[in-house]
Design a protein around this ligand. Sequence first.
Ligand SMILES: *Cc1c(COP(=O)(O)O)cnc(C)c1O
Length: 449
Amino acid sequence: MTEIGYRCTQERRIRTALPGPKSAELTERRRAVVAGGVASAVPVYAADADGGVIVDVDGNSLIDLGSGIAVTGVGASNASVAAAVAEQAQHFTHTCFMITPYEGYVRVAEELAALTPGAHEKRTALFNSGSEAVENAVKVARLTTGRSAVVAFDHAYHGRTNLTMALTAKTMPYKAHMGPFAPEIYRMPMSYPYRDPGVSGEEAAKRVIARIEAQIGADSTAALIIEPIQGEGGFIVPAPGFLPALVEWAHASGAVFIADEVQTGFARTGAWFASEHEGIVPDLITMAKGIAGGMPLAALTGRAELLDAVHAGGLGGTYGGNPVACAAALAAIDFMREHDLPGRARHIEAIVKPRLEAVAAEAGTIGDVRGRGAMIAIELVRAGTSEPDAAAAKAIAAQALSEGVVVLTCGTYGNIIRLLPPLVIGDDLLREGLGVLEAAIRTVAGGTS
Ligand SMILES: *Cc1c(COP(=O)(O)O)cnc(C)c1O
């Protein structure tokens, strides 16, 4: 692996109580003007970020184990991304690809055709957010199949716009009181090995298929959409065989198989895309988060015959494939390739998983340790049961933050601590962050220490 250089000192440094006085003042100002519905997990305001650290406005340096939700895999101020952004911004920030197109968009599409699973002809459309990519995947599936039913899964997260809110499983906080929701979305049981022990991937898929055929009808199903590893829903890795069986059924039934790789894409799970772990080739793939080193960009890539079937003007958007975001993506993708970030994600897994498994062995309150690459989670439960313990997850994240480590929670039951470190984090800093997390687990969950 090539050496990775850093601009900010890679250290955990606590100068004030967290949040410090400047962050607290910003929280006050924010209350007067920022919508209350927009919440922040951490009440600490960022002033700088690089590699594995976020430096706050009070001069504290926090270890980042969240990457702004799996976005800044290459770092939050990656030098080559920053240079590409500056260079492009000095030429043009926007012309609108639907008016005067430009090469950056085409090059991103070329990269995605080469990087995404499958050797078939592919086409790409670019958007601004993961939700928008998902919406467009559904539009393409419905148009090309002439069918309307879309199958989504328990614990799924696909976004917060109206259609994606309907696809998302969890009501609070994502959907509650914000309907009516888009019609023709059908929810099916996920393969969730920890909560569904003894059910193989094939059996879990059979259960889904029987239900689709009984309740929707194979010839009415436009698409199945699934995250190959669920993100917000709890880092759920389906049992082996589940995804391949669903792909096979979709193909036999004329339905479009959509892999939502918005969170899992771009080296995060130890492969460029999580679909690769099971050798599946989706018809459509949605991407965003890790694609452009933090710049807002999303993509829908898939079979040429699907994306080319849409009439001209049927896909697009004013900002979709913004030239600055495309330049950032090209630099980020180059960086991921040059520095073998998929390999780096596997290396992170090799550091993180054994340590969390060791803590789990002593603390009866960790029901499961799971995930792939640099996408690893622990599921907190009441000791000796599998009853979700959201309060413990929250308390552990708060305790870690007070010690200068940012970790995120997730899950349908809110009881998951998820680790999504920047892929460029140094080993020593990662180990230090894990040490703080382990101490927080022992304090809160009451392991033996
Ligand atoms: C974050 C996420 C989305 C939504 O992306 P936004 O950019 O927040 O709209 C969709 N699908 C998955 C799997 C995600 O993790």
